[in-house]
Design a protein around this ligand. Structure first.
Ligand code: PEP
Ligand code: MN
Length: 340
């Protein structure tokens, strides 16, 4: 951290800041210029609040150099992390991985139809909600454990890795036999109780970005999971709330290169929730792969017009197949590949 003192700050004020920083455990490196003093404070204090120093008399500015997250930071694993999943699936390697499926599992017939088609088109993961975090308590809430059973069976039949959302710590144990990846939804990104519980689970976590979360807050949520010992975290950019109303959310494509710089964790993009409209999903999916995403999370439905949730943003099979063909041209241009 660097503390820039005001021009003309008194020696007493400077010494007061130094004493403060020393009492917090920092080593101080002082640089005295013609009119201004700058203090370099070196130390490991992940919970430190820079505002405590900013408010001291004579301080102009405090600039934090190190990040408040450690395990999630790029410096922790400069080479990047590859999260290994069953069925030989890896996220974070050369291959761009596609997770596809309905917003919610609705019936055996529905999930089997969808699993068959997305697998044939090159998806390696099957998504489908069984516990749905719906904005309205009157909307379809998911099939619960029965949904998980159907999802798992479809995954087995079509050789797909299974991803489903966990909403509460109490659901974790019952989900473990059915899912390969536990998804934390946007609405739960800062459910620290849930994140801590997932930190001691031996299954990868797909951590979606909260709809009003900064990238730093998102990485701190990943840090919660990792600090419990579970380093298998995959991030997912799913759009944030902005003033724009043309799309359901604003898919923050720039978050992909930003995360790549700040963290070693792999990142997926979810243009389905990111746009909320199926006609906007393919362009944003193409953009996300071009921007360096390690994979995509896509909603696909056999009959989107009658889907029980998120039909408007779910792709028809033909749209999904065409998108996969396009991604196979884009991925090599950015040094990646995509399953045939
Ligand atoms: C979902 O993936 O169906 C979902 C509910 O996503 P999000 O948490 O990003 O809204
Ligand atoms: Mn959905």
């Amino acid at each position: 951290m660097v503390v820039v003192m005001q021009a003309g700050a008194s020696e007493e004020q400077i010494q007061n800041v130094i004493d403060h920083l020393v009492s917090l455990g920092f080593d101080i490196h002082r640089s005295t210029g013609v009119s201004q003093t700058v203090l370099g404070a070196v130390g490991v204090r992940p919970d430190f609040d820079p505002r405590d120093i900013e408010l001291l008399t004579g301080v102009r500015e405090v600039v934090r150099i190190t990040q408040p997250y450690k395990l999630a930071s790029r410096a922790f694993r400069p080479e990047g992390t590859i999260v290994k999943l069953p069925r030989g699936v890896c996220i974070g390697g050369a291959e761009v991985m596609v997770a596809a499926g309905p917003c919610a599992v609705e019936s055996a017939e529905q999930i089997n139809l969808i699993a068959a088609r997305v697998a044939r088109a090159g998806a390696r993961l099957l998504r489908g909600g069984a516990f749905k975090p719906r904005s309205s308590p009157y909307s379809f809430q998911g099939l619960g454990e029965q949904g998980l059973r159907l999802l798992r069976a479809a995954g087995e039949r079509y050789n797909l890795v299974v991803v489903s959302e966990v909403m509460d710590p109490s659901q974790i144990v019952s989900m473990l036999p059915y899912v390969d990846v536990l998804q934390v939804g946007a609405r739960n990104m800062q459910n620290y109780h849930l994140l801590r519980a997932l930190g001691v689970v031996d299954k990868p976590v797909l951590l979606k970005r909260g709809m009003s979360a900064t990238i730093e807050e998102w990485l701190l949520s990943a840090e919660y999971v990792m600090s419990g010992g579970n380093y298998n975290v995959v991030l997912c950019e799913r759009g944030i709330r902005t003033f724009e109303t043309s799309t359901r959310n604003t898919l923050d494509i720039a978050a992909i290169p930003v995360i790549k710089k700040l963290s070693h964790l792999p990142i997926l993009a979810d243009p389905s929730h990111g746009t909320g409209r199926r006609d906007k999903v393919a362009p944003m999916a193409r953009a996300a792969v071009a921007a360096g995403a390690d994979g995509l999370l896509l909603e696909v439905h056999n009959d989107p017009e009658h889907a029980l949730s998120d039909g408007a943003q779910s792709l028809h099979f033909e749209q999904f197949e065409q998108l996969m063909a396009e991604l196979r041209m884009i991925a090599p241009a950015v040094g990646r590949s995509i399953a045939a």
